[in-house]
Design a protein around this ligand. Structure first.
Ligand code: MRU
Length: 338
């Protein structure tokens, strides 16, 4: 059942269950969890068994399909399941996009809803491939690319957004070296990006987040490519906390800063970054590392999971319909797929 070359199966349907690779235990263990209850799917999204904006959307779509099966197509039960899923994580607009799309088919029964979820998954993989092709054109024949968080196969249906650009550039024969920020506190870069790229044989070096600006200033980095959880219509982008700092450093040293995003991540109803809800995650992610407390007891902690990079710092957006350059609002309106 090979769906795509990277062969990472993030979220898929098997038999009567949604299956997800458990991203909390990677890279030490490749564990696939099966879910047959929409409440479990909601918990899996909240607890980051599955994470990454497009993957969250796919998982939610399968969650709605599960609710339809559980309730034998009962519309009230399915819409309650939609509300539950929508309450899991606030920033990734793909979650709400996927739920709204599923709601359009709410009257069509369990089988149709499962088919719709499967379609969302397959479209996401195809969109990542298309983004990859457009993005690869921006990559020099030999390039060192810095990325933050994980915007790879694990964050999508497959192939990835930012890592999809890298995979496509490598597939075209370009010599790419990747610098992956470790991405405190959940360590998506150290654990997930490093795992994905290593298994694909792509040259990857992990650096502490605090090293990124210095490496950019040293001239070692040719371009930055990241994913995003929501693009506002003016081109402001919300992504994993720390992205803004990387964008500032890239801007200061005239290093191109690209953001790869499928159209399901672009929120034309959101005027700018100030309107993007930023998730605050549990303090335990900061107070503890691998189960070990590292802070003194009683010290307050903040754990904003995302930040907003203003559009002035974004060189271009890479979408499945092409590369979008400033002025973003006009160009997004012009290029928006029908
Ligand atoms: O908290 P996470 O791991 O869900 O955050 C994910 C990111 O910030 C990714 O960069 C973003 O979702 C783009 S994924 C293609």
């Amino acid at each position: 059942m090979k769906q795509h070359e990277s062969e990472v199966y993030t979220v898929f349907w098997r038999g009567d269950a949604v299956v997800m690779i458990d991203q909390r235990v990677l890279p030490h263990e490749e564990r696939y969890n099966e879910y047959r209850d929409v409440r479990e799917v909601a918990d899996a999204i909240r607890n980051m068994v599955v994470r990454g904006a497009p993957a969250i959307g796919v998982a939610a779509a399968f969650g709605v399909a599960l609710a339809a099966r559980e309730s034998d197509g009962n519309v009230k039960a399915i819409s309650e399941a939609c509300d539950l899923l929508a309450s899991t994580r606030p920033t990734a607009v793909n979650l709400f996009w996927a739920i709204e799309r599923m709601k359009e088919h709410i009257d069509e029964g369990a089988q149709a809803l499962l088919a719709q979820a499967e379609l969302i998954l397959q479209e996401d993989i195809a969109n990542c491939k298309a983004m990859g092709s457009f993005g690869a054109e921006l990559v020099p024949d030999e390039a060192t690319i810095l990325t933050h968080c994980n915007a790879g196969a694990l964050a999508t249906g497959g192939w990835g957004t930012a890592l999809g650009v890298i995979r496509s550039a490598v597939a075209q024969g370009k010599k790419v070296r990747v610098i992956a920020d470790e991405t405190r506190p959940f360590l998506q870069g150290a654990r997930l990006t490093a795992w994905e790229l290593k298994r694909d044989g792509i040259d990857v070096t992990v650096v502490p987040d605090v090293a990124a600006a210095a490496l950019i200033a040293s001239g070692e980095v040719d371009m930055v490519v990241v994913g995003t959880d929501r693009v506002a219509r003016n081109g402001d982008v919300a992504n994993k906390i720390g992205t803004y700092g990387v964008a500032l450093a890239a801007h200061a040293d005239q290093v191109p800063f690209y953001v790869a995003a499928p159209w399901s991540t672009i929120d034309m109803n959101c005027p700018d970054g100030d309107s993007i809800p930023i998730e605050e995650r549990p303090s335990s992610e900061v107070t503890h590392v691998l189960g070990q407390r590292i802070l003194p007891e009683g010290v307050p902690v903040r754990n904003p999971a995302f930040d907003v990079t203003p559009c002035e710092l974004v060189t271009a957006l890479i979408t499945e319909v092409g590369v979008v350059r400033p002025p973003f609002e006009d160009e997004l309106k012009r290029m928006k797929p029908a």
